[in-house]
Design a protein around this ligand. Sequence first.
Ligand code: DGY
Length: 321
Amino acid sequence: MDRRIVVTRSVPESALDVLRTAGEVRVCGQDRPLEVAELHEAVRGADAIVSMLHDRVDDAVADAAGPGLRIVANVAVGYDNVDVAALSRRGIAVTNTPGVLVDATADLAFGLLLSVTRRLGEGERLLRARQPWSFHLGFMLGTGLQGKTLGIVGLGEIGQAVARRARAFGMRIAYTGRRRAAAEVETELDARYLAQDDLLRESDVVSLHCPLTEQTRHLIGERALGLMKPSAVLVNTSRGPVVDERALATALHEGRIAGAALDVFEREPAVEPALLELDNVALAPHLGSATIETRTAMAELAARNVAAVLGGNAPVTPVAG
Ligand code: DGY
């Protein structure tokens, strides 16, 4: 019998080609995330689910799919939307898409950082509002990055890629995380390991590259923001709930930190309204991996995971269960 593969949102044709080698593919056609009930209905009888980061995949989804479900292939490196423990208990493989989105995400983090430190969004808004302006030496001054300290929370692949870009901009690198990076990585990036509070106190830019877990939820809240320099900028391209958005908006409004660059939000697609009022915030709608090349590679990797598992082989990029 043909295997049944359910894809919760459209993916590039090249990924579908790979999936079609493994079974009959059904792509849910909505141009929006599936509601919970729709997801449960869609996965009925599935052997494989290709999920997106906004799909909550848990015991209820596994129940809805039925006993044939063998793999959930999440098209994202983050998999906080998947209850890995619950699926693993049932012997269902869970995979993600590491590696292929590292450069795109690091580029976006750096672009957003420049956008806030050089006031690019603010400048563009001024021009589009057809406001009068003229060049003068004090006009719309931002801050430079050279010689400043970038504090990275989570020196994994993406954190390292951001650090490499920062080094090219003449920044110094500090990092914190659950464990120290390999000595070669520290040497290559000339990166100092600091305890989290020290990193927050010393950094001119704090960039978040940790996964969302119970330990990192609201890692950056009132207390952490209170440790940061008034001149510091926060960059978040990881997951929205790592930051307490309301506390951030208040800190920015009160000038307790200088700026923020945000690609991800606590209640996506909603954005904390107070943030939208602030000029010292650069915003993007979760575009970290949004290049044609990267999104194609992510979907193809997810498809290869499905093909491997349905073909009786080990997944290519399993997450730790
Ligand atoms: C991921 O892969 O986790 C990203 O957030 C997608 O852009």
